[in-house]
Design a binder for this molecule. Structure first.
Ligand SMILES: C[S@@+](CC[C@H](N)C(=O)[O-])C[C@H]1O[C@@H](n2cnc3c(N)ncnc32)[C@H](O)[C@@H]1O
Length: 353
């Protein structure tokens, strides 16, 4: 699967795009490197800028895992070599970095170690939401290209402890894109909206909404270790006063939690509908939250990866049985462009309440 490179028009844009792909640790084999270097004209100056913008220690505080960088460099160097201008040579800093990395051997546990993944918005990405609500957001969005979300995550589907919350799932990315491209379905601008995330995992979406200026964001997860990791991810993104973490298991076992008594404008969740054993607990929690916040017109936005239609059918059935209205929309190509999605599995967005 090739990675789309968004409207690259200049050297600068190419480097920003390469950086974006590198920092998200996009599989190097799927990056179209040739579209991101000057064809047949790679010179020392370009490589120097590339090294300083992307690869040097000063370029970012949160470099990807060594094993990833090594593979990225292998493809990058091959591409630079193919496109060298006459009498030009490969840059010594890039070659030194690569040779240092190949001399390090990975330990067998490296694949399950957490690594930094940084999600950057593409260059020239314009964002539309908020403008409809009186322009309050316009000011706030001026520097939006700079929004980046750093997450310490593992590649593995299941953590060594058996939970699924240690990587950012495609549904969370799609939920993030949804909020970046659509006005929030609340009656208020984001700066006045109080947002609760269920099954937050790495808290990618919560951190994004916190950075977009939500009044309050509470990232919850049923797993204590996931909640501890969320605190670390929040800190990686610069302590913000508008975001916090709380453990919340769906269903009746925690029905006296203060999460149910706080006011919320929006309840969100990404990839939390995958296990039929959890669906009734999840719907219990959604119903309770939406009923308690009915007066403020609270809604829930849940993005669901469609791995198994039967599981989602069960979710639909339980929502209807609980008397909750919902509409479902498929996330098409335009809804999955800002970041790299590792899979093409369909994603649906539920608007509930
Ligand atoms: C597939 S992950 C999705 C994480 C994140 N929303 C994302 O999309 O990247 C599901 C998350 O839901 C949490 N979870 C699963 N069952 C739960 C339950 N019964 N109550 C609360 N959280 C639960 C897991 O701990 C995990 O973090």
């Amino acid at each position: 699967m090739g990675v789309q490179q968004n409207g690259i028009s200049s050297d600068h844009d190419s480097l920003v795009e390469l950086k974006r792909l590198y920092l998200q640790s996009v599989p190097a084999g799927s990056i179209a490197f040739d579209g991101l270097v000057p064809v047949g004209q790679v010179d020392w100056g370009f490589q120097d800028r590339l090294y300083n913008t992307i690869l040097s220690k000063d370029a970012t505080a949160y470099q990807p895992a060594d094993a990833y960088t090594r593979r990225f460099l292998k493809f990058l160097i091959a591409c630079l070599e193919r496109n060298l201008a006459e009498d030009e040579e490969l840059h010594n800093s890039i070659l030194t970095l690569y040779s240092n990395l190949i001399s390090k051997s990975d330990s067998p546990s490296d694949a399950t170690k957490p690594a930094f993944i940084t999600y950057l918005l593409p260059p020239n990405q314009s964002l539309s939401h908020e403008e409809e609500k009186g322009g309050e957001g316009e000011e706030r969005h001026k520097g939006e290209e700079d929004i980046q979300i750093v997450i310490s995550e593992r590649k593995s589907v299941l953590s060594t402890d058996g939970h699924t919350g240690s990587r950012t799932w495609e549904a969370a990315l799609a939920l993030g894109e949804f909020f970046l491209s659509t006005p929030l379905p609340t009656s208020k601008p984001i700066s006045q909206s109080r947002i609760l995330e269920l099954g937050a995992g790495t808290a990618f979406t919560s951190i994004l909404l916190s950075k977009l200026g939500a009044k309050r964001v509470l990232a919850t997860d049923g797993d204590e270790r996931v909640c501890e990791a969320i605190k670390r991810n929040i800190n990686l993104n610069g302590h913000r006063n508008n975001i916090s973490v709380s453990q919340l298991l769906w269903g009746a076992s925690q029905e006296d939690s203060t999460v149910y008594t706080e006011p919320w404008d929006l309840i969100i969740g990404g990839d939390i509908t995958y296990d039929t054993r959890d669906i009734s607990g999840l719907v219990f929690t959604l119903e309770r939250l939406l009923v308690r916040n009915r007066e403020t017109g609270a809604k829930a936005i849940i993005s669901a990866t469609v791995r198994n239609e039967n599981t989602l059918h069960e979710f639909d059935t339980e929502l209807s049985a609980a008397g909750l209205n919902f509409k479902v929309q498929d996330v098409g190509e335009p809804g999955r462009q800002l970041w790299y999605y590792g899979s093409d599995t369909p994603i649906r967005i539920y608007t509930i309440g």
